[in-house]
Ligand binder design. Structure first.
Ligand SMILES: [Zn+2]
Length: 178
């Protein structure tokens, strides 16, 4: 019922979820990321700040930093939302159509990839739990042992799936044949 491929995908997805969660929490105290300064002193920046992951690209000649890779620091005032963002929605931030400054910016809130990557592990767990209950002949909704029951679960009234019926009927058949 649970293919190996989906299990691997769910495990990787859970790993991504944990990493995003850690970076999300860290982003309120630390800045993770890199700045690349080009030969023409333009900035390409990828960093986290206050729950948001940013990618930002400036035009040339905006900084006097030396070309190469730099580590961003919190003292740089990296919260760009007030200064640069033109569109924002639920933590998503964009700077669109800006002929004067040519600065491009996108901010993705960490809640988005964290929740997205948590979906597959949840589906995996629910499928596994469903398969376990079917295998053991338990009610899918309340987990009651359905041995000797017919059509409906006596506790919660949920209909008994065909797979479970075949399991709970089998012992009677084997005792009749004895
Ligand atoms: Zn039940």
């Amino acid at each position: 019922m649970l293919s190996r491929r989906f299990t691997i995908f769910a495990a990787l997805s859970l790993l991504v979820c944990v990493i995003c969660g850690i970076l999300w929490a860290r982003s309120f105290w630390y800045v993770d990321g890199v700045f690349r300064i080009s030969e023409k002193r333009g900035i390409s920046a990828f960093y986290t700040n206050d729950g948001i992951s940013y990618a930002m690209f400036t035009p040339d000649y905006v900084t006097n930093w030396s070309p190469g890779w730099h580590r961003p620091k919190r003292s740089m005032n990296l919260n760009v939302a007030d200064r640069f963002v033109t569109h924002s929605f639920m933590g998503f931030q964009f700077r669109l159509s800006d002929p004067a400054m040519h600065l491009k910016l996108i901010g993705i809130p960490f809640w988005f990839p964290t929740i997205l990557s948590f979906i597959a592990p949840c589906i995996w767990y629910l499928r596994r739990e469903r398969a376990r209950r079917l295998r053991l002949g338990l009610c899918l909704s309340c987990c009651r042992d359905l041995q000797g029951c017919k059509e409906k679960c006596p506790d919660c009234g949920a209909p008994i799936p065909a797979q479970v019926v075949s399991i709970i009927v089998r012992p009677e058949l084997s005792s009749q044949s004895d």
